[in-house]
Ligand binder design. Structure first.
Ligand code: TMP
Length: 200
């Protein structure tokens, strides 16, 4: 597949500020006249909707691997079309979320199998930002904005395991790690300075 655009992924534990940063970046790039498209996982598609319900009611870890991968399979087709037409695609979570979250739940020796499930259809991003916060910080942010209820992965010890996997992947796969405990404006200007370099 010829890839004309730029594919930028944001990852991090719950409450790391990915969505806020993506939206700030989307606005900034749009204001410069750049063709930018913001998207996220789980998607708002057929399988994404099922996942959203199950994030409240419960989901087995292996079931989650397959549902997230299925949701992503269709998402990747859309992303591919956007890249072919020259868009900068900002993606709030991608398959690294499955490696980190479902890997933490199933056991780290399962990560390679989760990666295998994705291998036939995945498009590798040009850059991945890991917005890194401690779980206590992330979860307190989530709870301060959420009106009611909690989702199944919002638990400090689990988030600690997820963060550990993310940080290891960052080293292995060359993610850009940003300290996302800083004020949002600082986090954003750091992200933007990297994006500016990539766009040049
Ligand atoms: P969100 O809070 O970023 O909208 O994501 C919803 C939850 O789904 C969050 O706890 C992370 C989790 N998740 C996975 O466990 N695996 C995945 O592959 C994705 C995309 C999200």
């Amino acid at each position: 597949m010829s890839k004309e655009g730029l594919f930028i992924v944001f990852e991090g534990i719950d409450g790391s500020g990915k969505t806020t940063i993506c939206k700030m970046l989307e606005n900034t790039l749009k204001s410069r006249g750049i063709n930018v498209f913001f998207t996220s996982e789980p998607t708002s598609g057929e399988y994404g909707k099922i996942i959203r319900e199950k994030l409240r009611s419960g989901m087995e870890p292996l079931e989650a691997v397959l549902l997230f991968a299925l949701d992503r399979y269709y998402h990747v087709k859309t992303i591919g079309e956007l890249l072919e037409t020259g868009h900068v695609v900002l993606c709030d979570r991608y398959y690294y979320s499955s490696l980190a979250y479902q890997g933490a739940l199933l056991g780290e020796d399962m990560i390679k199998y989760i990666e295998e499930v994705h291998r036939p259809f995945i498009i590798e991003p040009d850059v991945v930002f890991l917005l890194d916060v401690r779980p206590e910080v992330g979860l307190s942010r989530v709870r301060s904005v959420r009106e009611s209820g909690i989702e199944i992965y919002e638990e400090v010890r689990l988030q600690e395991s997820i963060r550990k996997i993310y940080l290891r992947m960052a080293e292995e796969k060359g993610f850009i790690v940003i300290n996302a405990e800083k004020p949002i404006k600082e986090v954003f200007s750091e992200v933007l300075s990297y994006v500016d370099v990539i766009l040049k």
